[in-house]
Design a protein around this ligand. Structure first.
Ligand SMILES: [Zn+2]
Length: 154
């Protein structure tokens, strides 16, 4: 185990119970936090633009006393296709999963096209995932193609 990995493990282990989302794309941690929300009994720690051993820069989000649903984990993939989710119990990582972008994202994103029907009628937004790393999704209603940097959460 390299020094880097052991140091990282220690950092993660500070969380007693909760979830760590690692390897989010740079600048996406705040969006992830917005997507998940922080209930009153919880706390969140955000790391933005940290150096990553794997690839360039990354964001990291640590959530105390929060467990994510499978759907939330899937949706996180839009904010970092190579993100990982670690579950922490009593300072130990008990489970680690990689996010996987679903084929269709429903009710997660807002369409940036002001003329799109989803911005006028109360319709659940729907996007087909066309590419990952970098992510590209297409609105099922107006067919606008949206790249990772232009993604807006509902
Ligand atoms: Zn649209």
């Amino acid at each position: 185990m390299s020094d880097d990995v052991s140091r990282h493990k220690k950092q993660v282990a500070k969380l007693r119970h909760g979830t760590v989302i690692d390897h989010l794309s740079p600048g996406m941690a705040l969006k992830a936090l917005e997507m998940i929300g922080v209930p009153k009994h919880s706390a969140a720690l955000i790391g933005v633009n940290l150096a990553s051993a794997k690839a360039g820069r990354k964001d990291i989000l640590k959530l105390e006393n929060i467990e994510l649903s499978d759907e939330q984990i899937d949706n996180l993939a839009v904010l970092g296709p190579s993100a990982t989710v670690c579950y922490i119990r009593e300072y130990e990582i008990v489970k680690k999963v990689r996010v996987k972008l679903p084929e269709v994202l429903e009710g997660v994103l807002r369409c940036p096209n002001p003329n799109c029907i989803t911005n006028h009628d109360r319709l659940t937004t729907s996007f087909d995932v066309e590419r990952t790393s970098p992510t590209q999704v297409r609105c099922t209603f107006c067919e606008r193609l949206i790249s990772e940097d232009d993604i807006v959460l509902l």
